[in-house]
Design a protein around this ligand. Structure first.
Ligand code: AP5
Ligand code: MG
Length: 211
């Protein structure tokens, strides 16, 4: 099964894809993490990626599409994949369809006001990139990842200036995917304001009904 997750910043894509992946045993392809890993390399590509991400802008489509095409060659994705963060516009969506069949597109819907609240409390493991939230999903030990004991940090693009750019891009460029997948009968519109567990259960309920 090939599943796409999309929705505004902090709508829970990382959180929900991680849980669903464990439940269904399907790997997650997370565009943001691939880019953040490349960004840590001190070369031209790393610096170029940083120049977009850190200010909240999207990576150019051609570059992004090539990265995904290469990533999808991996054996791990042969029996299915859960996409987090890709595609992010119609051009990318069409590119993806040339490579694989999309079974479901899950839209996590949250209002902008909640985005800002969640962003301020988000913490990420600097080693394994697991996602936490100081109020809704805190780590067991302060500042440490439950899974690998890595240090928790804030993302470089979780700033007020970058989030304004990111939300603007989301509404103008990514949101049209809602109608695109609705017209194809693939859209699953999920209320992302509920608790992490409730959202997870809601998604599972729909996917089980599909099977
Ligand atoms: P990316 O890393 O994909 O960031 P994003 O889309 O901005 O989404 P986030 O990761 O901020 O949010 P999320 O929905 O994953 O929420 P999370 O689960 O963490 O992309 C980053 C950048 O990379 C882009 O800006 C762009 O530059 C580039 N990029 C990536 N893909 C690209 C593409 N395809 N094309 C071009 N450029 C691309 O949750 C957020 C917080 O809320 C956490 O603290 C969590 O614990 C908490 N939380 C989650 N769900 C709930 C809930 N139900 N209740 C309470 N708290 C919750
Ligand atoms: Mg994420």
């Amino acid at each position: 099964m090939n599943i796409i997750f999309f929705g505004p910043q902090t709508s829970g894509k990382g959180t929900q894809t991680e849980r669903l992946s464990e439940k269904l045993d399907i790997p997650v392809l997370r565009s943001g993490d691939i880019l953040r890993n490349k960004k840590t390399t001190d070369d031209d590509e790393g610096r170029e990626i940083a120049s977009f991400i850190d200010v909240g802008k999207l990576i150019p489509d051609e570059m992004m599409n090539n990265i995904i095409k290469e990533e999808l060659q991996k054996e791990a994705y042969k029996n299915g994949v859960i996409f987090d963060g890709y595609p992010r516009n119609l051009f990318q969506a069409k590119h993806l369809e040339e490579m694989i069949n999309v079974d479901r597109a899950i839209f996590l819907d949250v209002p902008d006001a909640l985005v800002l609240k969640r962003m301020a409390a988000r913490r990420i493991c600097s080693k394994c990139r697991a996602v936490y939230n100081l109020s809704s999903n805190p780590p067991k030990e302060e500042g440490k990842c439950n899974k690998c004991q890595g240090d928790l940090t804030q993302r470089s693009d979780d700033t007020e200036a970058a989030i304004a750019v990111r939300l603007n891009i989301y509404h103008n460029i990514t949101e049209p995917l809602v109608n695109y997948y609705k017209e194809q009968g693939k859209l699953l519109h999920i209320d992302g304001t509920k608790s992490i567990e409730d959202v997870h259960e809601e998604i599972l309920k729909h996917l089980t009904a599909d099977a």
